[in-house]
Design a binder for this molecule. Sequence first.
Ligand SMILES: *Cc1c(COP(=O)(O)O)cnc(C)c1O
Length: 379
Amino acid sequence: MSIPVNTPLLDGKEELYLKECIETGWVSSEGPFVARFEEGYANYIGVKYGVAVSSGTSALETSLFALGIGQNDEVIMPAFTIISCAIACIRLGAKPVLVDIEPDTWTMAVDQIESKISSRTKAILPVHIYGHPVYMDEIFKLREKYNIKVLEDAAEVHGAEYFSDYAGKKWLKCGSMGDVAATSFYANKIITTGEGGMILTNNKAANEKAKSYRNLCFEKNRRFSHSNIGYNFRMTNLQAAVGCAQLEEIENHIKLKRKIACLYSQYLSKIDGLRFMVVKNWAKSVYWMYCVEIDPKLNVTAFEVCEELKAYQIDTRPFFNGLHEQPVFKNMGFFDNQQYPRTNFAYKYGFYLPSGFSIQESDIQYITASLENILSKLY
Ligand SMILES: *Cc1c(COP(=O)(O)O)cnc(C)c1O
């Protein structure tokens, strides 16, 4: 049996709450766990409103709609992210505009944003990466200077914190810093509902718009009258029941991720030719996935190393390929001839190691030894 790259942890009241759904017959989005999960998670992050939806991808699109992003608007985002960020934009008729990443944390290079701001720029979309926050102070400054909106993608950072000098010298949770934030509860995230997501905001109007978009834009007081083109992005009561149980355990989940990272850092530090995760002093990472980068001097790519690890029954995942490299966007004429060298570098040399909640210290020792074998052959 191989060591899986990820496994969810479902050892709380998931079964009990699911049983309650079945016994009461509340399985759709009308059931009581949905509001309970929304209030619970919004409260945990420290915002007023949460709108539960079917996925992180639909949360991103709903968030942009809630911010009023539409035809011909531009949204600045990192090249190094999941395609969902760009898709959310494009579906609304807006245009993704890219910046590169920081080479150490793989998060958005905030010093490149200002040069990409145009009269059409309506929002910045910082994506917190692999448990580590984006350097937000620069984005706060630009938001004020240019009067643009901020949508955080907080899918990979449940519970992570950022120390802001600009916003009052205090620690802020990821997901509470944007005008709106989108998160995901996919099975590999820190807490999961199987599939699912949420829009988080303090803004009442954005909250209303998000709720409307998720549910076909029904007019408020007239059922079956619709003011706009919405979607069915609703989360079921069954999913929210699992979410409520997961939320009760979130601190434990984060503790486990931090422990896994601590063990990896200890063991891997013996190996030459690997660079691993750094945490800035203004960040509290939740280490969603444990990531490494191969030293290019070894003349081997992440893909080759991951193939070799497969032979040791170790499951891994490559990093994101840049949005500018996606065939679908090339065909659409987006990002023509644009270069994002740090994103390309991360894609070529980076990958993540098994980081599931069920991983044991002995697994991490085995993974370290296997990596050492593979890399020592190259020196
Ligand atoms: C997982 C993830 C998403 C998408 O979430 P889904 O629920 O899979 O649609 C969006 N952004 C980031 C950064 C993610 O890691």
